[in-house]
Design a protein around this ligand. Structure first.
Ligand SMILES: [Fe+2]
Length: 443
């Protein structure tokens, strides 16, 4: 048994081997800045230190946070190994084990409550904080994306290792709570510490997206592409954001060029990558823009996931449905709906709520859209829109529902309804070129 220790932020660790702790910090840094491979670091550490409880917990969460069922199964074995080592756990690690056990049970809220209790005692636990931040994102908990970080920030200082990454989390939380000016200011502070802090880049980009600063957004993203793109695991999502700015400009060539050069799907893509590709192409299709066979390629990959993944995370399922609908694949849509329904029968409460209230109704709305039953699609998308927060994602990502409502209404001949839902975009971002073009389509 190794001596106990504290990490570089003063947080107690039951396993005190210096090399093991250094390996954990390397994994944590990769997790924070999306550069490198935290799993490879953890694997390396655990090969030398198989009883390092905290590394097993980290590995479990990293796998759960993929939002893929196939990795959740692997996460369970890491969690079981951590549970075997529980007798050596300190109270902090026991809380983490308790939190991730709840996560394994599908109880994301319970997991976050456990981590909040941990953060009262150890507010500089960077791993616990980031884990909860990601869980807040996956369950659309905007208030805690902001407030959970705010509750620990008084304990963080400029010389606390990883301070900038905590500011980035706070900036994103502020943005999701519509505090745009403060969000941008905090993101700028984070980027002053580390210009390659991609969560900070992302938070600032969201501010520009939500406030309609399209030219600023393109300038910001393109002028510092070397900071956020090369060798970065989060680059795909930030390319997606850049494409949204080009969409507002009506610059389809730039979007398709980025898609082909940076976003081209492959069979290994995890769903949270695939969904951004899908959402981007769907937005183009809502405008009747020719995208060639790109959505078909994306749908092909979604189809390989249905039997194993459907029902695991409603946000993923919804995007799979959009891909199938756009490609007129009735059988694959039906298969998806059937698989989600079957998985939902034994789903834990929170997931069941997501599937029942959000995921399945959206899949049905996509089915109506595919069949050209646009009035029914309008009704389906509209019924879910204002509660869709529950299935996670950002405001910018969930905006695809509103855009689908508007186009369904237009195609159904319900111009007044289409204009109604377009109006809040026009009020929020009066300079939006996209809103102007949609308004012209509605007529
Ligand atoms: Fe985003």
């Amino acid at each position: 048994m190794s001596e106990t220790s504290i990490d570089i932020r003063g947080v107690p660790v039951s396993y005190g081997d210096a090399d093991a702790l250094a390996g954990f910090e390397r994994a944590l840094l990769a997790f924070q800045c999306y550069v490198g491979d935290p799993m490879a670091e953890l694997k390396s550490v655990l090969s030398e230190h198989p009883d390092f409880l905290l590394a097993h917990l980290f590995k479990a969460f990293a796998l759960y946070s993929s939002s893929e069922k196939r990795f959740a199964l692997a996460a369970k074995s890491s969690l079981q190994r951590a549970a075997e080592l529980a007798p050596q756990a300190n109270p902090r690690e026991a809380r983490l084990l308790s939190a991730f056990s709840r996560l394994d049970d599908g109880d994301w809220q319970g997991a976050c409550q456990q981590i909040d209790a941990l953060l009262i005692e150890h507010p500089t636990d960077a791993f616990a904080l980031q884990s909860a931040h990601l869980m807040d994102f996956f369950q659309g908990d905007a208030l805690n994306l902001r407030n959970r970080v705010a509750r620990v920030l008084p304990h963080w200082h400029a010389d606390t290792p990883g301070y900038g990454y905590v500011l980035s989390m706070y900036a994103f939380g502020l943005e999701e709570c519509n505090e745009y000016a403060k969000a941008e200011s905090i993101a700028d502070q984070a980027l002053a510490i580390n210009p390659k802090d991609v969560w900070g880049v992302h938070a600032k980009t969201h501010v520009m997206e939500m406030t309609g600063r399209v030219d600023d957004g393109i300038r910001f993203m393109t002028s510092r592409v070397d900071d956020w793109s090369p060798d970065n695991n989060f680059a795909l999502h930030n390319w997606w954001h850049l494409c949204l700015f080009y969409l507002d400009k009506g610059d389809v060539d730039s979007i398709l060029s980025i898609f082909d050069d940076q976003l081209a799907p492959n069979a290994e893509d995890i769903s949270i990558a695939l969904l951004d590709l899908t959402a981007l192409l769907w937005r183009l299709r809502l405008l009747d823009i020719d995208i060639g066979n790109r959505m078909a390629n994306v749908a092909d990959i979604w189809a390989t996931k249905t039997s194993a993944e459907a029902g695991h995370y409603a946000f993923n399922d919804f995007h799979a449905a959009l891909a199938f609908a756009d490609c007129d694949r009735a059988d694959e849509l039906a298969e998806l709906k059937h698989a989600v329904t079957a998985a939902n029968a034994n789903a834990p409460a929170q997931l069941k709520s997501m599937n029942t209230n959000i995921g399945l109704p959206l899949i049905e709305a996509a089915e109506f859209y595919r069949r050209g039953e646009y009035a029914a699609a309008l009704e389906g998308f509209s019924a879910v829109r204002d509660k869709a927060r529950e299935f996670g994602g950002s405001h910018a990502q969930r905006d695809v529902i509103t855009l689908s409502i508007i186009e369904s209404a237009r195609r159904a001949g319900h111009k007044r309804t289409a204009r109604h839902y377009l109006a809040d975009r026009q009020m929020a971002t009066p300079e939006s070129g996209l809103a102007d073009r949609i308004a012209m389509r509605i007529g």
